[in-house]
Write a new protein. Structure first.
Lengths: 194, 462
């Protein structure tokens, strides 16, 4: 008997009689004021929010707020005229010195400040984690109230990797003192396109 | 009667509580997190409904685990992930070693995984010439100090920043006396980013494994799991059998509960869904039993497998807060550890279900509504029945049973107790009485309630 058969056999023998799954369709959030709610929550977890009209406005904000003398990389086609385009076919560690990465999110979640990203928009899976600062662009109309609506949109998904990101990397492991920038980005900004 | 093979919880806690200032700080820090959990949960009007739904989903999981494991395995394979099964911690460690060996890898980076702590993976690999670095900051600090984590979410919550500064001075060459948390974190960041860049293999734990899609979710605040995984050519995930959830939409319920229960955050910074290897990368997932099927067969204790490892029961527990996680001498400490550990080794962990006041606070905050305090009480009965309780405990309980068996005996015992405490307090206020440690005994009341009641009734005007 293989280990697999042994374990599965014991599980089958020991599991109690089947109990039903609950209906969770009743869990729903309120669609109203999601942009404002998102902004409040995201700022409370250490993020920055900019409400913008178009991608050109984001370019201006980046020049004001970040060190453009350093490496800035993006997956947004509208930005590759001024910033480096992230390409998939290079070793991921070569992005270690990216100062700012700007990528599109599929949508964001008002109740917790998270943006949803899949490897389809990241260019490279490591990008939103390895950069020193992260900038994410999200359309105002795509913001959903809670994670329940979020998973309705994600569905099964065609991605190989996807993730929610809710703010800059953080730790409170030393005496519960909050420090932004543990291993990943020191800051995170969300540009909401209205 | 059998005695535990190591020092028991009370003896280990005694060392921890010698430093009163530290105990007060520890107690306060954890209670502060409990309060943050309360604020976060009250922001969700349907919180109690969510807990109930989560509990029901997990009941469905443990009662259909066989089917879900088969479904999960099939979907993992479809996604290009190699599946391994391990019945024991040793088997798990052998599998990891074989994967690394085949690729001639001798250094690995690991994100937080209580399971691999439970398996003693680091020691096993180090004995075979493979270096492992824990990348979660708290676990990294614990590794530097050669100590296990004391809390499943906050691994070094029992340490003061000066002690961490001293460890960094010794191991990382920082200046002596540095104790600022931000500066210490920056030093670790620099050091660990270099580790991520140079490791070909990364191992992570698993928070939720979705049977329906064959993907798994890892939650961190630091981003260490992702840094390791996305820079590696071999990615390994180790999970206990019970981490399965049926459908992807159920993540909505669990991710809403997890971080709010753990630290009061609305969600962890990173909730990463791993589904397929990246091009040129190998992905392995190890399904580990290590006693879980046995716990599944224990009717009174099978619900402990619903745990999502948020640590809320630890933060709220008056005994945990005052005794520290290391005094539980088990990878998972606190109330949940005390109901999981006896399943692994009842004799060795016979003391743990007694490290509780049975106040029930753990059950009240548990996001999946495990009846933790009931299970603690049931383990006590099991342990005494199996003959694993200490002699003093057995004698004490027998004396208690005799005293409570009739009202006359109780009244006599009460009178004797009050007389001793009033007239010869040194008989109880000495180090032979464990209740006297770190505290004074209260002044004995002059009379019992029964005596007061009878006197009062007699003096009542008709």
């Amino acid at each position: 008997m293989t280990t697999r058969e042994k374990i599965l056999g014991e599980v089958l023998q020991n599991q109690p009689s089947s109990l039903p799954l609950p209906d969770i369709s009743r869990f729903r959030g309120e669609k109203q004021d999601v942009v404002q709610k998102y902004k409040t929550v995201f700022e409370s977890i250490g993020g920055k929010v900019f409400l913008v009209e178009n991608v050109e406005a984001i370019k201006v904000l980046i020049k004001q707020h970040y060190d453009t003398g350093k490496r800035i990389a993006t997956t947004l086609p509208e930005m590759t005229d001024v910033f480096e385009r992230i390409i998939p076919n290079v070793e991921p560690y070569t992005y270690e010195d990216v100062e700012l990465a700007i990528i599109n999110a599929h949508f964001s979640v008002a109740e917790n400040g998270a943006v949803w990203l899949s490897d389809e928009v990241m260019g490279q899976r490591v990008i939103p984690y390895i950069c020193q600062h992260l900038g994410v662009v999200v359309r105002a109309e795509s913001i959903v109230p809670t994670l329940h609506e979020a998973y309705d949109i994600i569905g099964e998904g065609t991605y190989g990797f996807g993730g929610f990101i809710a703010g800059p990397s953080k730790t409170a492991d030393i005496e519960q003192a909050l420090v932004l920038g543990a291993h990943g980005p020191l800051s995170m900004a969300v540009f909401i396109l209205e | 009667m059998s005695q535990p093979t190591t020092k028991d919880h009370a003896a280990l806690a005694e060392a921890f509580i010698k430093d009163e200032e530290r105990v007060d700080w520890h107690d306060g820090a954890l209670w502060y997190i409990r309060e943050k959990r309360d604020i976060a949960s009250k922001g969700i009007p349907e919180w109690e409904d969510l807990r109930e739904a989560a509990s029901q989903i997990k009941s469905n999981v443990i009662s259909n685990l066989h089917e879900y494991l088969l479904q999960f395995e099939a979907n993992l394979k479809k996604n290009g992930i190699t599946v391994h099964w391990a019945d024991t911690p040793e088997e798990h460690n052998e599998i990891v070693y074989a994967i690394l060996k085949a690729k001639e890898i001798d250094q690995m980076v690991k994100s937080k995984s209580m399971l691999t702590e439970e398996c003693g993976l680091n020691e096993y690999l180090e004995e075979r010439g493979i270096g492992v670095i824990n990348s979660d900051l708290g676990e990294y600090i614990q590794q530097l100090d050669n100590e296990p984590p004391s809390h499943i979410v906050l691994p070094c919550i029992h340490k003061r920043k000066e002690e961490i500064g001293e460890l960094f001075h010794e191991h990382l060459g920082t200046e002596k006396g540095l104790s600022d948390p931000t500066q210490l974190t920056r030093v670790a960041r620099k050091h660990l980013r270099n580790v991520f860049m140079t490791r070909r293999a990364a191992l992570t734990g698993v928070n939720f494994a979705v049977a329906e899609t064959g993907e798994y979710v890892v939650c961190t605040n630091e981003g260490n799991a992702d840094m390791g995984a996305h820079l590696s050519e071999v990615q390994i995930a180790s999970m206990g059998l019970e981490k399965i959830i049926p459908q992807k939409k159920h993540l909505g319920v669990f991710l809403r509960l997890l971080a709010r229960s753990a630290t009061g955050q609305p969600i962890t910074i990173y909730s990463s869904h791993y589904k397929k290897p990246r091009e040129g990368q190998e992905m392995h997932l190890i399904l580990v039993n290590a006693g879980r099927t046995r716990q599944l067969g224990r009717k009174d204790f099978q619900d402990s497998l619903k745990c999502i490892k948020c640590g809320a029961c630890m933060n709220t527990c008056p005994v945990y807060r005052k005794s520290g996680g290391l005094s539980y001498h088990n990878t998972i400490s606190g109330p949940i550890g005390a109901i999981l550990a006896p399943n692994l080794d009842m004799k060795r962990h016979a003391d743990l279900p007694f490290a509780s006041t049975l106040c029930g606070s753990c059950s009240n905050v548990c996001p999946v509504k495990i009846n933790i305090h009931d299970q603690l009480y049931k383990w006590r009965q099991e342990i005494v029945k199996e003959g694993y309780a200490t002699n003093t405990k057995v004698f004490g309980m027998k004396a208690m049973a005799w005293t409570l068996s009739s009202s006359d005996k109780l009244a006599t015992a009460g009178r004797a107790g009050r007389w001793f405490m009033q007239n010869v307090p040194f008989v109880v206020n000495n180090k032979l009485n464990p209740w006297y440690k770190q505290r004074d005994m209260p002044e004995g009341p002059k009379e019992s309630f029964t005596e007061w009641y009878i006197k009062n009734e007699q003096n009542k005007p008709d």
